[in-house]
Design a protein around this ligand. Structure first.
Ligand SMILES: [Zn+2]
Length: 356
């Protein structure tokens, strides 16, 4: 399978499969790129390609026993280092435990593969401990670090890994891939556009009608923000701050279920902010003139109406406010204060010189 079953990440796949075929696979990889573009899937595919039973040119076959056991995180030589339910960080004790496991010979495959996802969730102590494994890797071990926040990793960790960057996929390419998976051309185009070229988002939306409805409701909320009175904005900041720290749902998993990579901390809020950002970017584009390709084209009329009441500078400020709150949250600023600052700086309908 030449694309390893990923959408639009050919360059990364080519680099890894060439290294595998030539027997020159580095012992440590750093997969970087935005959330939901396929980094986690690529890490798993690499573990499969390393241990697959098919001829070398056909790896990973995704059908043999090794591939299937890795796919479901059941393989004894696949180690996942991730945030445990109820925690916010990967801790040093987990790194030590991994170190011990990696010191043993592979049990059922060719090599042990450790996936660290999200790698940026390792706290400083854990990163320093992990550095030792990177510096003196046990034989028959491949380490794969996955992150959308590369700069949160120690430079000494980054410099010891082969960096592989993944990116968003052009919307038309993603739409074609979704259509090839059985979606109607209209639905494929819509979900590719809504997901802004992130295959993981598009596939989740395709699989879950309720998620599509929630997205539409969130666009609705973003469009109504300018008419939201200030006291209600403060209440909304509070609500969103709680969403940021809400449990990610893994605490409800069965105890004997195999572990899966933890989502980014605050994933439910990131999802909301992604949508708000797309709406405000659409408004800014509409301010600049008609005809620009917008993400939320279904709401084009309302976007045009909001844009008509704003000058370009004010729309850009609003987009920046949404962008800035993400930086604040990543930098551990108090979430409620950061969200209040954003919500209070968005334009108000009916105020002089602002949205009409
Ligand atoms: Zn296989």
């Amino acid at each position: 399978m030449s694309d390893w079953g990923l959408i639009g990440q050919e360059r990364a796949v080519r680099a890894l499969s060439a290294a595998l075929r030539q027997g020159r696979l580095p012992h440590a990889h750093l997969l970087v790129g935005p959330a939901h573009v396929g980094k986690g899937t690529l890490a798993l595919r690499l573990a499969q390609a390393i241990n697959c039973l098919a001829p070398v040119d056909e790896r990973p076959c995704l059908a043999c026993r090794q591939c299937r056991r890795i796919e479901s995180f059941l393989h004894a030589d696949l180690h996942l280092l991730t945030v445990e339910p109820g925690h916010r960080e990967v801790r040093i004790a987990q790194v030590r435990e991994l170190e011990r496991a990696l010191s043993l010979k592979p049990f059922e495959g060719r090599a042990r593969v450790a996936i660290v996802d999200p790698a940026d969730a390792m706290n400083l102590e854990a990163q320093n401990a992990f550095l030792k494994t990177l510096e003196e890797p046990p034989p028959d071990t491949v380490l794969v670090l996955v992150t959308c926040r590369e700069t949160a990793l120690l430079p000494t960790i980054r410099s010891r890994c082969r960096r592989i960057a993944l990116g968003a996929v052009p919307v038309a390419r993603l739409a074609a891939a979704l259509a090839a998976r059985g979606l109607s051309p209209e639905e494929a185009e819509r979900l590719a556009r809504w997901s802004e070229g992130r295959p993981g988002v598009a596939l989740s939306l395709a699989a879950d009608p309720e998620l599509r409805q929630r997205r539409e409701a969130e666009v609705e909320r973003a469009l109504s923000l300018p008419s939201l009175p200030l006291p209600r904005r403060l209440a909304l900041a509070d609500e969103l701050a709680q969403l940021f720290t809400a449990p990610d749902g893994r605490d409800r998993q069965a105890e004997d279920a195999p572990p899966v990579p933890a989502p980014r901390f605050g994933e439910r809020l990131w999802w909301v902010l992604d949508i708000w950002q797309s709406v405000w970017r659409d408004i800014l584009l509409a301010c600049a003139g008609p005809g620009a390709p917008i993400v939320n084209a279904e709401r084009g009329a309302e976007i045009e109406r909001l844009a008509a009441g704003l000058d370009t500078g004010r729309a850009a400020e609003a987009l920046l406010a949404v962008w800035r709150v993400r930086r604040y949250l990543e930098d551990n600023v108090n979430p409620r204060l950061a969200l209040e600052e954003m919500l209070l700086s968005l334009p108000e309908a009916g105020s002089p010189g602002r949205v009409a």
